[in-house]
Structures are given as structure tokens and as C-alpha cells.
Design a protein around this ligand. Structure first.
Ligand SMILES: [Zn+2]
Length: 210
């Protein structure tokens, strides 16, 4: 009989004891929590103005790595969206903007200046540096975020996850999930378990159709 027991839980981290579960299943759950849970990340950047010393690609890369709070109840992955549009729609993408204006002092533009059209999908922290601007320099950017998975690119990794086998029993494992901030640690476990269930159901349908 497989059972789950929460050993430790806070805002960043959850430790779950998986009892009576073969190691390969614990590892499958680890992998799916790492790269199979959809979270938001910036995927497309339109640079309207950039007079900073950082190249456009450098800014786009920094934006892509900013963890964004994710709402899986209201949004779906573009591949599953009815809009079938490359630019996306209100169900599958969120626009964020930076318009720095110019100033007569040197300053650092941070994630605090990245404003989102959505009340939930926004940077998990206000303190992530994006670019330094010298007096007179400015940036104006439109960024489009969408749901994706770590299997596609590490910017969509929901968490860091590890599995440790309990010394006492080879079928007891400790699954530790530390969120990158897009979802709560518990949401990641629940979505991970759902995802495995969905995949197994898909597999069952394929098998029974043979
Ligand atoms: Zn759409």
C-alpha cells in the first residue's frame, strides 16, 4: 500500500514521505515535478527602445529567467488553446511591459518595473535586476509570457526536486520540492501527481485500442 505523508512544509519547500513506493516511481514523480508542471515564463520579447549597453538578446534572456507567479486555473498552455494563434490570446498568454523613461542619474531597472496586464501573473520578486541605465538611457519593452514546461527549457522548471531513499526501508523515499516561486510547493506535488495520472490514462487508452 502506497501512502504519502507530509514531513515538512513551508512557503518555499515541502518534504513528502512516499511509503511503499518503488524507487523508479518516486523518480518518475521527481522528474514530473521538475519538468512536467506548467509554469509561466517570458517567451517572446519586443524591444521598442533600448539605449542601454546591454544587447537586446541580453535583456530578453534576463526577462526569460524571472520566475512569474502562475495561475493554472485561468490559463492553459498555447498548444491546448482553441485560439490556435501564434501570438496567443487572453487564455494562453500574458503581456508584461517596462517603460523606464529616462533619468539624470544612474539606476538599476528591476523586476519591480515590469508591469503585468494580469493581477496574478507577475514577477515573484520585485528585486531581480534586469539592466543598469546611465543618465539619459532608457528601455521600452513588451514581453509575452506563456505556460511551458521544463522539458522545453529550464526557464519553465517549477522547482528543484530531490529524492532520498530512507535508510530503513528501500521502498520509503523522501521527496523534497523547493519551488522557484511560480506555484506553491503543495501545488507542484498535486499537479505532478495529476500529470502522472493523466499520462497513465493516456497509456491505458493506447493499450486498450490495440
Ligand atoms: Zn490562446
Amino acid at each position: 500500500m502506497v501512502s504519502l505523508e507530509i514531513v515538512e512544509q513551508n512557503e518555499q519547500k515541502i518534504v513528502v514521505k512516499l511509503k511503499g513506493m518503488p524507487l523508479q516511481y518516486a523518480n518518475a514523480l521527481r522528474r514530473v515535478c521538475l519538468t512536467g508542471v506548467p509554469v509561466f515564463a517570458i517567451d517572446d520579447v519586443v524591444i521598442i527602445e533600448n539605449s542601454s549597453v546591454l544587447a537586446d538578446e541580453g535583456i530578453a534572456h534576463r526577462l526569460a529567467m524571472i520566475p512569474l507567479k502562475t495561475d493554472l486555473a485561468r490559463f492553459i498552455e498555447p498548444t491546448n488553446c482553441d485560439c490556435k494563434s501564434e501570438v496567443g490570446c487572453t487564455h494562453c498568454r500574458v503581456m508584461l511591459m517596462i517603460d523606464s523613461g529616462s533619468s539624470d542619474t544612474t539606476r538599476t531597472i528591476t523586476s519591480a518595473e515590469l508591469t503585468s496586464e494580469d493581477d496574478v501573473v507577475k514577477p515573484v520578486s520585485d528585486k531581480i535586476p534586469i539592466v543598469d541605465l546611465a543618465p539619459g538611457q532608457k528601455i521600452k519593452i513588451e514581453a509575452y509570457a506563456r505556460l511551458g514546461r521544463g522539458t522545453e527549457h529550464a526557464k519553465w522548471n517549477a522547482a528543484t526536486v530531490s529524492v532520498l531513499t530512507d535508510g530503513g526501508s528501500p521502498e520509503d523515499h523522501l521527496l523534497t520540492i523547493e519551488t522557484a516561486g511560480a506555484l506553491s510547493p503543495a501545488q507542484i506535488v498535486i499537479t505532478g501527481v495529476d500529470e502522472i495520472t493523466k499520462r497513465l490514462e493516456g497509456f491505458k487508452q493506447v493499450i486498450s485500442a490495440l
